[in-house]
Write a protein that binds this ligand. Structure first.
Ligand code: AMP
Ligand code: MN
Ligand code: MN
Ligand code: MN
Length: 293
């Protein structure tokens, strides 16, 4: 099994890299990409020795970008995690995250909700995000769930929404390519774009040297999976798969719990990309199957 999208506590995941790797190995994954939001700290701090035999760790990152005033997530896979352009882009993004968290904290204080900054200081994360703020709001009794924290407080229509000034798709793709990686549009149906806009997003991404889209991921409706598979095929993009695992609590989003790539794009799977083969070798059929969720 292959899972090319997951998070550790260096962004908004709950597990340490060692815990995540051990869970992946326990579930029988052959390849796991750690793709933290705007951070490669998990890769820089993980000693190769802790990855058990039979599991290949794939380097990765998930960069927040802005496209037509929407937040689009670009995953970079098979990256050199110390490439200078990428390092500098991620430092900027992390700074923007800190500033945004500070601004949300100020808004909360004006509403009489204090303590966000000190809560955030207790976390191991390098890239602070709204998920952490949502946890804080829940623990302080101001939201009953993550969903509610986003809907009422942190999302675009939320009371304490703070706009983020992320880099462009072009900048993210450029940094990923300069780091030797493959750029992938993460979870395309979560941006609520109609089919025409979605196609335009894919075309502009491809024009900016982006190469792949996530076709199969957690909680994706089977009909949407087929739409993405045919867009992937018709636009000549590569197909990625990833659970977007954050925590063991969300069992419907577990590592490797992703539908198989549909026939239309099965041959465009990312593990047939020359860059993958160069880095990890050619795959045998046995290791490419992804379980049906
Ligand atoms: P940020 O990185 O600060 O922009 O926050 C985005 C992250 O928040 C996503 O990667 C998800 O993990 C989480 N998230 C976004 N929207 C929701 C939601 N409606 N409910 C729960 N988590 C969400
Ligand atoms: Mn997240
Ligand atoms: Mn994402
Ligand atoms: Mn993610």
């Amino acid at each position: 099994m292959i899972d090319l999208h997951s998070h550790t506590w260096f962004s908004d995941g709950q597990l340490s890299p060692a815990q995540l790797i051990s869970r992946a190995a326990g579930l029988g994954l052959t390849h796991l990409a750690i793709t933290d939001h705007d951070s490669v700290a998990a890769h820089l701090t993980t000693a190769p020795g802790i990855v058990p035999e039979g599991l290949q760790l794939v380097t990765g990152v998930e960069i927040s970008t802005l496209w037509e005033n929407r937040e689009i997530h670009i995953v970079g896979l098979i990256i050199d995690t110390s490439a200078p352009d990428l390092t500098s882009l991620l430092e900027h993004q992390q700074q923007k995250r800190r500033t945004r968290a500070l601004n949300i904290g100020r808004q909360l204080e004006r509403a009489g909700i204090c303590g966000l900054a000190s809560y955030l200081n207790t976390l191991p994360c390098e890239a602070v995000g709204r998920n952490h703020v949502a946890d804080f709001l829940i623990s302080a009794g101001h939201a009953s769930s993550k969903q509610q924290a986003f809907a009422k407080h942190l999302g675009k229509r939320g009371r304490y929404h703070e706009p983020a000034h992320w880099c462009s798709i072009g900048e993210a793709v450029q940094a990923i390519r300069a780091a030797g990686g493959v750029a992938v549009i993460a979870h395309p149906d979560r941006y609520k774009l109609n089919k025409i806009k979605l196609k335009r997003l894919f075309e502009e991404f491809r024009d900016a040297n982006g190469e792949a889209i996530e076709v199969s991921y957690s909680n994706l409706h089977p009909e949407k999976l087929l739409i993405l598979a045919s867009l992937c095929d018709s636009l000549g993009l590569w197909a990625s798969v990833g659970s977007d695992f954050h925590s063991a609590d969300t069992t419907w989003m577990d590592l490797g719990r992703i539908r198989r790539l549909p026939a239309q794009c099965a041959e465009r799977a990312l593990w047939y990309h020359p860059r993958w083969i160069q880095q990890y070798g050619a795959m045998t059929t046995q290791t490419t199957s992804v379980i049906d969720a």
